[in-house]
Ligand binder design. Structure first.
Ligand code: TRP
Length: 453
């Protein structure tokens, strides 16, 4: 991050672009390209998409504003932020939950990033050439079931994160992502056009955009909510931590709007790339977490210079996942260094170590530990489910109640308008959402999907 030390000794983003690059870099990641298509695929297509878009606008944007406001006002890590603004220790558990959530997500996120690296390697080596989609699916399941290989990639990914985090070379990463992210966007558009010319395009579009309202169940609503949280990086102190590095002149609602639009566009483009191909090559949209890894190589293989496209795509996806994983590590590191006054390298080692253990279990879920299940889910699915569908909604509920009801009323107004220095028309809508709509929706969906109401 292009941060510089301020008088208070805390780093701050230097430029407006730095703010956008870091927050969009955090938001756009595997959540958009890997998780979004498989969630749409398993939850009935268009019906899921509509719920998702609704949650992004009605709950996501207000929560982005709320989190960044709390971060900027308190200028501290997630645990201290609650204490500083409320003046009591009662809210501290919310901060701890955020740190825990970050680590749980990292556990499976690093595994999927490892898969991305394997595919990057295989495309450069020119090994992604099969004649049919089932062969790609078989290749992928052989890879993730092979125990050692996916773990090695996961650990390499963790080591890269570790190195970046201790060297503080985020500046370099940010510069790189300033080029790579727009490139990812362009290449996605190109692949979408390509997919839209496939024979299965119509069926793919129909699946994605025609809502079958009978498919909207409590479970679908909860998953759409969870996906909105995951994709925007909200509900676990990530935006809060980045917000604590924002300058006083950063326009929070505008920044939130830019993040939401960029993030949603990338997800829709990913869907437009995947679903026509799924119906063309005879895959099933409901394949789950393995979906994109089974479908993408088939798309590239049908293009001239396929290996080149594949290498470029997986490289960009790897960079996108790196900027996201770094933002998640930053939550725990900011907390551990400030709380226990330990050096950055020590905090980074502790968190990377815990993540590595968790990641090994998640990775083995597809291999020798596939029969080890808790509540009917393997470790990978369980971490994914618990973080997005339980921890993050609770975190989001906490931040909505905290900003809507606990801190004084003027707080949000001041933060959204930078103490009245600019007028923001949607201010009351955002406050309404944080006070009433978001808490009510999260609680209702949550209880409903647990079968309590
Ligand atoms: N939003 C990222 C993605 O879509 C993942 C991510 C980064 C995240 N930071 C987060 C998710 C914080 C939840 C909370 O890939």
């Amino acid at each position: 991050m292009s941060k510089e030390e301020t008088k208070t000794g805390r780093s701050q983003f230097v430029t407006k672009i730095g703010v956008i690059a870091a927050t969009v870099g955090s938001a756009v990641g595997l959540g958009n390209i890997w998780r979004f298509p498989y969630e749409v695929g398993t939850h009935g297509g268009g019906a899921f998409l509509i719920c998702y878009l609704f949650f992004i606008i009605a709950i996501g944007v207000p929560l982005l504003c709320a989190e960044s406001a709390v971060g900027r006002r308190s200028r501290s890590n997630v645990v201290d932020a609650y204490r500083k603004l409320s003046g009591s220790n009662k809210w501290k558990p919310m901060g701890y939950l955020a740190v825990l959530t970050a680590i749980v997500i990292l556990g499976f996120y690093c595994v999927v990033s490892g898969w991305t690296m394997e595919y990057m390697y295989q495309s450069v080596a020119g090994n992604l050439h099969y004649s049919s989609q089932p062969e790609y699916a078989a290749m992928f399941s052989k890879f993730i079931g092979s125990d050692i290989r996916p773990i090695v990639w996961t650990l390499i990914f963790l080591a890269i994160n570790f190195r970046i985090l201790i060297k503080g070379v985020e500046k370099g990463i940010e510069k790189m992502s300033n080029i790579m992210m727009p490139l990812l966007f362009l290449i996605l558009i190109a692949f979408c056009i390509n997919s839209l010319m496939m024979p299965g395009a119509q069926e793919g579009l129909k699946f994605m955009f025609t809502p079958d309202f009978s498919k909207i169940t409590p479970a679908v609503l909860l998953s759409a909510l969870g996906q909105a949280f995951f994709s925007l990086s909200i509900g676990m102190g990530c935006v809060l931590t980045y917000g604590s590095y924002f300058s006083d002149s950063t326009n929070l609602p505008k920044t939130a709007g830019i993040i939401a639009v960029c993030d949603t566009l990338v997800a829709i483009l990913a869907g437009l790339m995947i679903f026509p191909a799924v119906f063309t090559f005879g895959g099933t949209p409901a394949a789950g977490p393995t979906l994109v890894f089974e479908v993408l190589p088939a798309i590239f293989n049908h293009l001239p210079l396929g290996s080149l496209w594949a290498s470029l795509f997986f490289l960009l996806l790897f960079i996108a996942s790196l900027t996201s994983s770094i933002s998640m590590f930053e939550i725990g590191i900011a907390f551990f260094t400030e709380k226990f006054k330990i050096r950055r390298i020590v905090a980074t080692s502790i968190i990377t170590g815990i993540t590595a253990i968790l990641a090994v279990f998640c990775s083995l879920s597809f291999g020798s530990m596939s029969t080890f299940t808790i509540f009917g889910k393997n470790m990978f699915d369980l971490s994914d489910y618990v973080s997005s569908n339980i921890f993050m909604p609770i975190g989001g509920l906490g931040i909505a109640i905290f900003t809507g009801w606990v801190v004084n009323k003027q707080f949000l107004k001041n933060q959204l308008s930078n103490n009245g220095s600019h007028h923001f028309a949607g201010e009351n809508l955002i406050i309404f959402s944080l006070r009433f709509l978001s808490p009510a929706a999260i609680v209702l969906i949550f209880l409903n999907s647990l079968g309590i109401i």
